[in-house]
Design a protein around this ligand. Structure first.
Ligand code: 5AD
Ligand code: SF4
Length: 464
């Protein structure tokens, strides 16, 4: 690897702060790797940093507002260190582009999700007295050849990115604009990364993508549908179920998880692959967004309430004890009271173990922002969200109570937030379990007898 001029100032310190989804946290590990090759070492202390990168999220307005406040605060650090370089990376950088440099004067570097290889060069441009920006999106970049530097790691669980971008175009979502076109990563590089993690002692990996079920490797480049491949490409192609199997076999003593699934694309082949391999965890994150078919259509989700219910039935038929979680949006444009009630009834019907629940937040330039007015009043959105949360909490508590008196196998991830005498880990279905430490260690698989539960947690003790 050639040394970039930026590396000449040896051991400059880099502080990275990540916001948003797991994909972003995973990207920060790629960023650390690229910067590391150019002489930057990571620091956990923002006051000690020569370069501060915020890897940002643009999914809802409140995510951006939080980051803006943080940037205003960080600018104060320049008073103590006038050579400090501040960069905004990721989805908010891609959405706002040069606006962050020119209008708001908040930062020195702006870099979108496909331009991280350029970061050392962009920093060097700032060293030379300029401001630097690269927000080009790529149709090929997967960073597949890089070795992510594990940041803030518990040494037990790690993320592995298997694809980038998103072609779904859900009408509410900014991601297709901030992360560009969907492309899959070479399966060989994915398996190699997993084996490396195994050799480093990691016990669990989560394969990451915006829509993992549409993963398709046929030699690289922008996404194509299977049916549009040549016969030869089809014969050599690797779909998500094939990839899952390869990973499960390459690391048979590790737990394998994945996220996120799209209800339109999840299929029996994937669920049967999960059922065949004991080390693939019985847990699926399957965002429904709304329980009403007309609203789903307005969201361009490409499935109906009934289609979603059939997918849940298919999963429960093949893996009866599968954990299932969801994402739900309250008060999407034009949603009526009756349609909102369909979401409440679907949560009860599907018996989600857990959901991420949000008020709709209009994102500029998305299809929904162009087509509809954001016409559900704020107080109505708030009330609908509270109702959704109340039903989901009731479901979660009920689902968790079914574990009481039973044994679960827990992978110990770290200390419980509430007590340094207890370990915290997850069972196969991704439910958090807390139990007294005794002689157990981080990374152990421990059989725990569940004694009681809350909405979010199972509490018990180890069985010797
Ligand atoms: N407003 C509210 N929630 C949104 N999400 C995506 N876009 C928006 C938006 N504009 C939610 C969806 C998605 C999750 C990652 O964030 O539920 O699944
Ligand atoms: Fe946020 Fe979406 Fe970007 Fe993830 S992909 S950081 S959730 S905007």
């Amino acid at each position: 690897m050639s040394t970039h001029p930026a590396a000449e100032k040896t051991s400059r310190k880099l502080y990275i702060e990540s916001y948003g989804c797991a994909m972003n946290f995973s990207d920060s590990e790629i960023i650390a790797s690229i910067m590391g090759e150019h002489g930057f070492v990571n620091t956990q202390d923002e006051l000690d940093a020569d370069v501060i990168f915020l890897n940002t999220c643009a999914i809802r307005d409140n995510a951006e507002q939080r980051i803006r406040q943080r940037l205003i605060h960080l600018r104060q650090n320049k008073k103590h260190n006038n050579e400090l370089i501040i960069g905004v990376l990721g989805c908010m950088a891609e959405r706002l582009k040069s606006k962050l440099l020119e209008e708001e004067h908040l930062v020195d570097v702006v870099a979108g999700p496909d331009s991280y290889r350029e970061l050392p060069k962009l920093v060097a441009e700032v060293d030379d007295g300029g401001r630097a920006i690269n927000v080009l999106l790529s149709r090929e970049e997967t960073y597949g050849d890089l070795n992510p530097v594990r940041l803030n790691s518990n040494g037990v669980t790690a993320f592995v990115s298997i694809m980038r971008g998103c072609d779904n175009m859900c009408s509410f979502c900014v991601v297709p604009f901030t992360r560009g076109r969907e492309r899959s990563r070479d399966p060989e590089s994915i398996v190699n990364e997993v084996i490396q993690l195994k050799n480093q002692g990691y016990k669990e990996i989560t394969l990451l993508g915006q829509n993992v079920n549409s993963y398709l490797w046929f030699g690289g480049g922008p996404k194509k549908e299977f049916k549009s491949l040549t016969k030869e490409e089809q014969d050599n192609s690797v779909d998500f179920a094939d990839l899952l199997e390869k990973v499960a076999e390459a690391a048979s003593e590790m737990r394998i998880r994945y996220s996120t699934s799209h209800p339109r694309d999840i299929n029996e082949k994937v669920v049967e692959t999960m059922a065949r391999h004991k080390n693939i965890c019985n847990y699926i994150h399957l965002p429904v967004q709304s329980g009403n078919t007309r609203v789903l259509e307005a969201m361009s989700r490409n499935y109906s309430r009934e289609w979603y219910m059939e997918k849940i039935e298919m999963i429960r038929r093949i893996i009866p004890d599968c954990g299932i979680s969801s994402d739900i949006i309250a008060g999407f444009c034009t949603e009526t009271e009756e349609e909102h009630k369909d979401t409440l009834s679907l949560i009860e019907w599907a018996q989600f173990d857990f959901s991420y629940m949000y008020k709709y937040s209009e994102r500029p330039a998305t299809p929904a922002a162009k087509k509809f007015s954001d016409d559900v009043p704020e107080d109505v959105k708030g009330r609908r969200l509270s109702e959704i949360i109340a039903v989901q909490n009731k479901m979660s508590k009920e689902r968790n109570s079914e574990y009481v008196g039973k044994e679960v196998v827990v992978l110990v991830e770290g200390e419980s937030k509430k007590s340094d005498q207890d370990w915290m880990g997850r069972n196969d279905q991704n439910v958090v379990v807390v139990f007294p430490k005794e002689h157990y260690n981080r990374g152990d698989l421990v059989k725990v007898l569940v004694e009681r539960n809350t909405t979010t947690t199972l509490i018990g003790k180890a069985i010797h």
